[in-house]
Design a protein around this ligand. Structure first.
Ligand SMILES: Cc1ncc(COP(=O)(O)O)c(C=O)c1O
Length: 381
């Protein structure tokens, strides 16, 4: 039996054909496929605009630059996320205020936001909720609170493409200023590497398009060759080769949604209650997710086996697993900057979480093999 990693891209013959067609064209860098992807994506998430970038991290950085984050500003970020959410804030010289999360779901709640706000006091200008695994934060209540404080809202929706939040598409920005997505190969839809920001604010979109390409704008008054740079920009461009792969992948969204839902329901049926020490991480209940991760919460202490032992035993059965995430506040860089921080909800979620293989290419037999391995290995010793 071959290894089943926790995530695997689902590349189909039509994806390969589409990429080959671009390779035969004259545009290997940014050409017509990038604006085509932006248009397809904006339609899909029901936003006015979407801006492509080289990955989810640069999408978050561009969104932070569009907000105009600067040294002295503070941004509330959940402690339980990937490094990039917090790092995007630091890339602008602003400060991160870490916020705790629900110990059961790993998602930031309004009460956590209020606690972080009370702890830090003045100076918060924005909040970056994260939809871990595809389960959305309660954007309605967080948005009401944030707007009342005059904060901007950027969703880290890197895990959440294809989902809804309180009836609105994730990315429609019904409860935010911008939403950032990753098209990394581990995600449900990929460009190999890629990022997108959706927004209903054309000024943000325009600024991000300029900053993703060196801060450069045409200067026709000087001459047809001329360009000018008013602000420091970056090379955060996506290529047509990557864009066309994403366009092709996104055309299968409904099939992907259906297969991922089937796998999740097979896992749930078999793994929800076979052991008092193993639970499925519950949905946050704020919408209909297109799940990116299928995560268990395992009481390793009760089980009598530590996480490394369980992961190694599963790997021997060809079952790859992963942990999302070590609380970012615990990273040496952030501890040096802000000191050791108590985040009991994030700690508790991190202590138990384990993501199982979860991708469209898993067959029913693969899913059964994963279930059997989990049931065997997570039986009480
Ligand atoms: C929650 C979250 N935010 C941001 C990112 C960064 O995305 P990328 O890897 O495309 O830079 C990731 C990537 O895994 C992520 O999981």
């Amino acid at each position: 039996m071959t290894l089943k990693p926790y995530a695997r891209p689902h590349v189909q013959p039509e994806d390969i054909d589409a990429v080959c067609e671009v390779l035969r064209s004259q545009f290997l860098t940014t050409g017509p496929k990038v604006p085509e992807l932006e248009s397809v994506f904006a339609t899909l998430v029901e936003a006015q605009e979407s801006v492509a970038s080289s990955n989810g991290t640069t999408a978050l950085h561009l969104a932070s630059l569009a907000l105009g984050l600067k040294p002295g500003d503070k941004v509330i970020v959940p402690a339980l996320t990937f490094l990039a959410t917090a790092n995007a804030v630091r890339m602008c010289g602003a400060d991160v205020v870490f916020c705790d999360v629900d110990p059961a779901t790993g998602i930031m709640r309004l009460e956590d936001v209020k606690e972080a706000h009370a702890r830090t006091g003045e100076g918060v200008v924005a909040i970056y909720p994260v939809h871990i695994g595809g389960h959305c934060a309660d954007m309605k209540s967080i948005c009401d609170y944030a707007r009342a404080q005059g904060w901007k809202i950027v969703e880290d929706a890197c895990h959440a493409l294809g989902g809804t939040n309180h009836g609105a598409k994730v990315g429609a920005c019904a409860y935010s200023d911008m939403a950032c997505f990753s098209l990394h190969a581990t995600k449900s839809f990929t460009a190999s590497e890629g990022g997108m920001v959706s927004t209903n604010n054309p000024a943000y979109a325009e600024k991000m398009r300029v900053l993703r390409s060196h801060g450069m704008t045409p200067d026709p008054d000087t001459g047809p060759w001329a360009y000018r740079m008013d602000e420091l920009g970056f090379n955060y461009r996506l290529t047509d080769v990557q864009a066309v792969l994403a366009i092709s992948q996104l055309s299968r969204m409904e099939d992907v949604r259906q297969r991922r839902a089937e796998i999740a329901s097979q896992y749930r049926a078999a793994l929800s209650s076979f052991s008092p020490y193993v639970k499925v991480v519950p949905a946050s209940g704020n919408g209909e997710p297109l799940l990116h991760l299928f995560q268990l919460a395992i009481d390793f202490e009760g089980l009598g086996k530590d996480r490394a032992t369980v992961m190694k035993a599963l790997l021997q059965r060809q079952v790859g697993t992963q942990v999302h995430y070590i609380p970012v506040s615990q990273q040496p860089y952030y501890e040096k900057l802000y000191g050791v921080q108590e985040m009991p909800g994030a700690d508790s979620f991190y202590k138990n979480v384990l993501a199982l293989p979860y991708y469209v290419g898993l067959t029913d037999a693969d899913v059964r093999a994963v279930i059997q391995a989990v049931q065997d290995i997570c039986a009480r010793v």
